[in-house]
Design a protein around this ligand. Structure first.
Ligand SMILES: Nc1ncnc2c1ncn2[C@@H]1O[C@H](COP(=O)(O)OP(=O)(O)OP(=O)(O)O)[C@@H](O)[C@H]1O
Ligand SMILES: [Mg+2]
Length: 188
């Protein structure tokens, strides 16, 4: 696992920065990364550790997006905009109720993360990072409802790895990754 020393000083390739954390606010966390990196598995385990609500972004796609992905067509930003806005609203709703929340969402680009962080000061990001070889091997063993393995290459091309995030390398068991992420999130 790695973490940049001073995330606010680090260059962000996408040009978008997350809002500064608010002391004492309930934790909102996005667990991000390419398809099959373990967002759902690790996100659920992390939510259990944090006593947080778990939300999977896949469950909030409009039907048109689901159809596109089933057909093997990558989504464009127009497809994603209402979906990201809805996910942001879901997280804000949790935080407004005082409920910590963990969202599993690919969030590959800085502008998607910025959309998720709208009016959500202190949103934290956990990036599950791994090699194409490791993640494609995991995907090959799994039948997924939306994501054919053939889309994995385009996911790696689209990925803008965040600088201002907790980065966890996924070559360890799910529970160990969730432990590492929870420990890292204890630091501001
Ligand atoms: N750390 C891990 N070690 C071994 N297997 C893992 C690990 N993390 C996830 N897996 C397995 O890899 C597959 C993909 O995991 P998961 O569904 O959690 O990924 P995901 O990022 O949510 O995928 P998607 O983007 O398609 O929603 C699953 O079969 C899961 O059981
Ligand atoms: Mg998933």
């Amino acid at each position: 696992m790695s973490r940049s020393c001073d995330p606010r000083d680090a260059a962000d390739p996408g040009g978008a920065r997350l809002p500064a954390p608010v002391a004492g606010a309930p934790l909102a966390v996005v667990v991000m990364g390419v398809s099959g990196c373990g967002k759902t598995s690790v996100g659920e385990a992390l939510a259990r550790r944090l006593g947080a609500r778990f939300v999977d972004a896949d469950d909030f796609h409009p039907p048109a997006n689901v159809e596109k992905m089933r057909a093997g067509t990558p989504l464009d930003d127009t497809d994603r905009a209402p979906w990201l806005a809805r996910l942001n609203a879901v997280m804000r709703h949790s935080i407004a109720k005082g409920e910590p929340v963990v969202l599993a969402c690919s969030a590959l680009k800085a502008r998607y993360r910025a959309a998720l962080a709208e009016r959500l000061p202190g949103l934290r990001v956990v990036h599950l990072a791994g090699s194409f070889e490791l993640i494609s091997a995991r995907l090959a063993q799994r039948q997924h409802r939306y994501m054919p393995a053939s889309l994995l290459a385009s996911q790696f091309e689209a990925l803008e790895a965040p600088q201002d995030a907790v980065t966890v390398h996924v070559d360890a068991p799910v529970e160990a990754l969730a432990d590492a992420a929870a420990r890292a999130l204890e630091k501001p």
